[in-house]
Design a protein around this ligand. Structure first.
Ligand SMILES: *[C@@H]1O[C@H](CO)[C@@H](O)[C@H](O)[C@H]1NC(C)=O
Ligand SMILES: *[C@@H]1O[C@H](CO)[C@@H](O)[C@H](O)[C@H]1NC(C)=O
Ligand SMILES: *[C@@H]1O[C@H](CO)[C@@H](O)[C@H](O)[C@H]1NC(C)=O
Ligand SMILES: *[C@@H]1O[C@H](CO)[C@@H](O)[C@H](O)[C@H]1NC(C)=O
Length: 416
């Protein structure tokens, strides 16, 4: 019991001595603290160790606290610090010197600095800024096989005068570019921008900074900054070369990875097989680029595939676009039904027409009786006879005409 107490008392004494010695070390705040904008949505905080600081050999650190635009804090041993944040509402930070002593630390007073907010009322800046990136095959394949395009759209601020014009810039790492291809609204104001190729690396971890400022004769236009995470705004292309083959009751589907800087093993796929007969969707999540399915061979199917970069290669984003639907299969059933209706209908119609034609023919025959071949012979005979028996000729011919329909033999009999 006594030794424990002695140890405790001893420890207390040592702590007191330590604190007393600390008190002699008067920590002075850093000197010449400055904040400088070094790029779009990027600042450099810089300070110097205080030249009047005693005990220069202590392990001096700096505690940095960001107050605007968002609270944040961190410690560093360096005397400068890069920070990425939207700057349109200004930037304010404080820094102090600190020295760690076991579980506690000694700290100097704070020094602060700030960057002014961009001029103009907040209603003049753009709103609803959205950006998406897309990977396209490069035309200069020998330099870089893929390039990333960027598209941004926004809405005009509600307080922006009609003559306002907006300008968009992006920064990725050390590269900054101004938009060259704008789309405009009816008042000729830029409301969208398209960069066919950029310095954005879809595999990179840097944030994409987008800055939109503007000008007007009537008011100061407040600028607007927004940071985007590349994987979150990347629109993955649809898988390439989707092929579908049917062998009896099996459906074989294959595709290739989308146009992307990521290699084959980085993709997961979603396959959608839609049965047009019963409206049933079969959805499969796959890590391979092949699939086989048993099917009903009297239906048509529409097949689509989409891709996502898997979490093994980057922070997973969202699903890409669906590939164009491919239709396969045969529609036997509907065709049979069609025949059930069409065949009897056609048959009836043909019969109807046929009987009608028969009736018409019948009448036609009555009106213009066809002259049977043997008749001419009879006529010739008659003519011959007429020449011989001129006196009773006329009555005889009349008789022939009347009985003609009943048949040649009757005629023959009546004539002779
Ligand atoms: C702080 O800035 C002043 C003026 O720019 C300069 O004279 C001084 O040397 C700087 N102090 C330190 C510690 O760098
Ligand atoms: C703009 O964004 C706001 C808030 O995010 C939303 O409420 C509004 O519907 C959007 N406007 C349009 C036209 O998309
Ligand atoms: C907009 O920002 C760019 C980049 O910072 C700058 O070069 C340009 O002068 C600004 N334009 C206006 C109208 O403020
Ligand atoms: C897709 O098919 C075409 C023609 O069959 C071929 O030239 C192309 O290389 C294929 N795409 C890929 C990514 O293999």
């Amino acid at each position: 019991m006594l030794p424990t107490l002695l140890i405790l008392v001893g420890a207390w004494g040592a702590l007191q001595a330590d604190l007393l010695s600390d008190r002699k070390v008067l920590l002075l705040p850093p000197a010449n603290f400055t904040i400088k904008a070094t790029g779009l949505a990027q600042v450099l905080l810089h300070w110097e160790p205080n030249p009047d600081q005693e005990h220069r050999n202590v392990d001096l650190q700096y505690h940095v606290k960001i107050n605007v635009p968002q609270e944040d804090e961190y410690n560093t041993r360096k005397t400068d610090s890069k920070y990425v944040a939207p700057l349109h509402n200004g930037f304010a930070a404080s820094v102090r010197s600190i020295v760690w002593r076991s579980n506690s630390f000694l700290a100097s007073s704070w020094v602060s600095a700030e960057l002014k907010a961009s001029p103009g009322s907040s209603g003049t800046s753009v709103i609803n800024l959205t950006c998406t990136t897309n990977t396209v095959l490069s035309s200069h394949t020998h330099l870089r096989p893929y390039q990333v395009s960027l598209r941004c759209t926004w809405l005009v601020g509600k307080d922006a005068p009609e003559d306002t014009q907006y300008f968009l810039y992006y920064r990725f790492g050390v590269w900054t570019e101004e938009c060259q291809e704008y789309s405009r609204d009816t008042l000729n104001r830029n409301v969208a921008c398209w960069f066919p190729r950029t310095f954005i690396n879809s595999k990179g971890f840097d944030q994409l900074a987008v800055h939109v400022n503007g000008s007007s004769k009537h008011a100061a236009i407040k600028s607007f900054d927004q940071l985007f995470t590349p994987h979150a705004i990347d629109q993955v292309n649809p898988p390439m070369n989707v092929t579908v083959e049917i062998e009896e009751t099996s459906l074989y589907i294959q595709w290739e990875k989308p146009v992307s800087a990521f290699p084959v093993h980085c993709f997961n796929y979603e396959l959608k097989i839609y049965n047009t007969k019963n409206g049933y969707f079969q959805v499969e999540k796959l890590a391979t680029n092949k699939f086989m399915s048993k099917i009903d061979d009297v239906s048509t199917y529409s097949i689509q595939v989409r891709a996502v970069v898997s979490s093994s290669c980057r922070v997973s984003g969202s699903w890409g676009e669906w590939s164009e639907p491919i239709y396969v299969g045969k529609e036997k059933k509907p065709l049979a039904e069609w025949h059930f209706i069409v065949f009897p209908a056609t048959a009836c119609f043909v019969l109807l027409i046929f009987s009608f034609i028969c009736r018409v023919c019948h009448i036609w025959i009555r009106l213009f009786p066809p002259v049977p071949a043997p008749k001419s012979n009879i006529k010739d005979l008659l003519v011959v006879t007429d020449y011989e028996k001129v006196a009773w000729n006329e009555t005889k011919i009349e008789v022939v005409s009347c009985v003609e329909e009943t048949g040649f033999e009757v005629m023959e009999n009546s004539v002779f």
